[in-house]
Design a protein around this ligand. Structure first.
Ligand code: GLY
Length: 357
């Protein structure tokens, strides 16, 4: 069995992601996969590997998780995260937790040190304090606060009184809004307008419109695991919890079959029980299973809602999304370096080896 890690940096509209930013985002995905593979190749468990990769993405600030989390309507950070180990169906999640640097570590503590599966809010934060987890003093970052102010102004200026359509109209949900589809019909060609990264931001460059980070892995002992972490939706109501910390919705892992992690609009994903749906279909092949999962979401809730990645217990991987983009990275033991991609139909940018069967 070749240890393998597959991760994503969120499905979404990737609205006006410039080439420089896309390059950094891609490198962050690669670095997260490299960290997971370092652990797997050193004999660590799949659970250790997915946790380490997600911690890296939480710390990077490039994703809607940890440092990069989006803000609630009140301008606060409330994060959701979860881990699941396929060997024993060990599950731990945290919901609407403030301040803690790495909610995924806290989710693992819930699984391993409490009799519970899911802790929320201040109770979860208290567990983090009890175990000496780091709390960020730089939460929320100035960049996120500036973004929050702009989004809030747009929301307040909107004539539409329905919360869902108001959020959709200003990009507060993750699916491609009508504006995204028209304005960003073509993905940028990576590297075509490369700069040194010091140029001023392009119009809208800050609004990446992508969601959640997640990872699935297979270790040398044949165990699978999944981990997920998110800041949720921009301008969500305080206390709102999405799909990510809910078993079967945001993630699922079962050594008998494989593991999956979802990303996108939680209100749709959790009603589709997307990750469980995909794992239940994994013996049809991970590519077919992930496509079927997204098709089921689309049939019920429309386009631009979600993405999902999955790993079969035999090491085959699959992913699918119907948003404009979904950053993803793969490293299987035997590959020289991690492969990454963002856009639909974009091939992996490094050679990918087959799983040994
Ligand atoms: N998928 C993350 C959320 O909706 O919160």
């Amino acid at each position: 069995m070749k240890p393998t890690i597959l991760l994503h940096g969120g499905a979404g509209s990737m609205k006006k992601m410039g080439d420089v930013r896309a390059k950094r985002y891609r490198q962050s995905l690669r670095d997260a996969a490299a960290l997971g593979m370092t652990m797997l190749s050193g004999g660590s468990s799949a659970l250790d590997a997915v946790e380490a990769s997600v911690v890296h993405m939480e710390d990077s600030g490039a994703f809607n998780a940890g440092l990069g989390s989006c803000l609630t309507a009140g301008g606060c950070i409330e994060m959701d995260a979860a881990v699941m180990d396929g060997a024993q169906r060990l599950f731990g999640g945290v919901a609407a937790v403030p301040g803690v640097a790495n909610p995924v570590r806290l989710a693992r503590l819930v699984a391993e040190t409490t009799p519970h599966c899911l802790l929320a809010g201040e109770g979860a934060a208290a567990l983090a304090r009890q175990h000496g987890l780091v709390f960020r003093v730089d939460f929320p970052s100035q960049e996120r606060l500036d973004e929050w102010r702009k989004k809030k102004q747009r929301l307040e200026a909107s004539a539409d009184n329905d919360l869902s359509s108001r959020l959709a109209a200003m990009g507060g949900v993750l699916g491609a809004s009508e504006e995204d589809r028209v304005v960003d019909a073509e993905p940028p060609v990576d590297g075509s307008q490369e700069g040194d990264g010091s140029e001023p931001q392009q119009r809208g460059d800050v609004d990446l419109g992508h969601d959640t980070v997640g990872a699935v892995a297979l270790d040398a002992s044949g165990h699978v695991a999944a981990a997920v972490s998110t800041g949720g939706l921009w301008l969500k109501l305080p206390g709102r919890v999405g799909d990510s910390p809910l078993p079967g919705a945001g993630l699922w892992a079962d050594d008998d079959v494989g593991a999956a992690v979802a990303t996108g609009t939680g209100e749709s994903i959790l009603r589709a029980l997307l990750s469980k749906e995909v794992v239940d279909r994994l013996n049809e092949g991970p590519e077919a299973a992930t496509r079927a999962g997204i098709a089921a979401v689309e049939e019920r809730f429309g386009v631009g809602q979600a993405g999902v990645i999955a790993i079969h217990r035999d090491g085959r991987v699959g992913f699918s999304f119907h948003t404009r983009g979904m950053g993803r990275a793969l490293w299987r033991l035997g590959m020289e370096e991690p492969a990454a991609a963002i856009w639909p139909d974009e091939p992996w940018d490094r050679p990918v080896t087959a799983p040994s069967l």
